[in-house]
Design a protein around this ligand. Structure first.
Ligand SMILES: [Zn+2]
Length: 425
């Protein structure tokens, strides 16, 4: 008869190995001033995924790669047919990003699972390390691509306006991988095969550092409403066109940008449901010094952990765009990019991690996430939880992104202990 120890077995992750692998991934796509660029479906991103596959193989994991390139590395439990506990994140980055947004969650999960394997810690459910493809929206304006497909959450209408700056349509890229509008749910994982999803991630905000806490336990994830506003005025000569005869699309845009800031500031208290809004990109035509701007295209992102506040602000911004356009006698068009609702994370998983922190005397903060993550898609098909570690000065999506290696190690250790408990309960 074999005895399964009931107490959580002691094992420590190897922080040096964790940092070595994290730094190896961080060198792929590195450029000036330490900026890292690994856009979805780029050669750089592919190389980082190849390195991960190599590391997973070394760790003795069984590897499965789906049609779009999501990678799953599996360690079988004592009951291989039981639902699996998944943990991971992404390896793609924004343009000129940092080393830790994403890779911390992938390599942190790999370190957790290989420590469990090396120490022969008994686990009932299988464990899987996951790398989702295309979490960042920098290329197509479409975030959490890989996890959305795994959750069966990509809808044909989501693809309509997903185009990269070179004009490549996401829909065509997917079709070339065998994922057509008709079989968008072909990569969906059956919920009955999943027990939980856990994600370790840097906070990307200043709260943990300010409160001197090393761990954040996430309650919910804010979700964006994203849309484009296109103002169509008239391109005229900048010298010969009198001010009163102009149809300047850029001045209209400036008014709208200011309005986004103003209205979001009104929703800055937590009680109302804090809303943040950003006009992060704009195209100007013709975009030359000697012409009145005839056409502009603004990309707007509005987020909150409260769906009602987010939707209200999005509606106000769209209405204001119409008013500005009619007052200036120019055209306006509103093109939806993606509408998502804020996602609550699993309370029971949060409690498990909280108990482990209490037992170990780790100070933690219970907090929402303002940024989107793969966990928000996975939460639609399985209980999902997230562990945050501090970001220096809250800086992220920037080469200055930095987290203390001790905190990365602690996050991976906590993730491992949570995975063991969840897999065995
Ligand atoms: Zn991320």
């Amino acid at each position: 008869m074999t005895l399964i120890p009931t107490a959580s077995p002691r094992a420590n992750i190897n922080q040096r190995r964790l940092m070595r692998d994290l730094n190896a991934i961080g060198r792929i796509g590195i450029g000036d001033h330490g900026a890292v660029t690994r856009l979805v479906f780029s050669i750089k991103e592919l190389r980082s995924r190849q390195l991960l596959i190599h590391l997973m193989r070394q760790a003795g994991l069984k590897i499965h790669i789906d049609a779009i390139g999501n990678i799953f590395g599996r360690l079988d439990g004592r009951e291989p047919k039981a639902p699996a506990v998944l943990s991971g994140s992404h390896l793609d980055t924004v343009i000129h990003g940092g080393k830790y947004d994403g890779p911390v969650g992938v390599i942190g999960a790999l370190e957790a699972v290989r420590t469990i394997n090396e120490n022969k810690i008994p686990i009932s459910s299988s464990l899987e390390v996951v790398c989702f493809i295309g979490e960042e929206s920098s290329r197509f304006g479409f975030s959490t691509l890989g996890s959305s497909l795994v959750a069966g959450e990509v809808h044909p209408k989501d693809l309509t306006n997903a185009v990269d700056p070179q004009g490549t349509k996401l829909e065509h890229v997917l079709a070339s991988l065998g994922i057509t509008r008709r079989n968008l749910t072909s990569l969906k994982r059956a919920p009955k095969g999943l027990k939980a999803y856990l994600e370790l991630h840097i906070e990307q905000g200043p709260i943990l550092e300010a409160k001197k806490k090393r761990i954040g336990l996430v309650t919910s994830i804010a979700a964006p409403s994203r849309f484009k506003v296109v103002f169509s005025g008239r391109a005229d000569h900048s010298g010969t066109t009198p001010m009163e005869m102009r149809r300047d699309a850029l001045v209209a845009s400036a008014q709208l940008i200011e309005y986004v800031e103003k209205v979001c500031r009104k929703f800055s208290s937590m009680e109302k449901g804090r809303v943040v809004g950003t006009v992060g990109a704009m195209k100007i035509e013709p975009g030359v010094i000697n012409a009145v701007p005839g056409k502009t295209e603004l990309s707007i992102d509005i987020r909150s952990t409260t769906a009602r506040s987010k939707d209200r602000v999005a509606r106000m911004v769209k209405r204001r765009a119409q008013e500005i356009a009619s007052a200036r006698a120019i055209g306006v068009e509103i093109l939806p990019i993606r509408e998502e609702d804020p996602v609550p994370l699993d309370k029971r998983l949060l409690r498990v991690t909280q108990e482990i922190c209490d037992q170990k005397g780790i100070e933690y903060e219970i907090m929402p996430s303002g940024a989107g993550h793969d966990a928000m898609q996975m939460a639609k098909i399985t209980p999902a939880g997230m562990i945050f570690i501090p970001s220096m000065r809250g800086i992220s999506h920037n080469p200055l992104e930095w987290t203390d290696p001790e905190d990365i190690g602690l996050g991976s250790q906590l993730l491992m202990e949570t995975m063991i408990r969840v897999a065995n309960e």
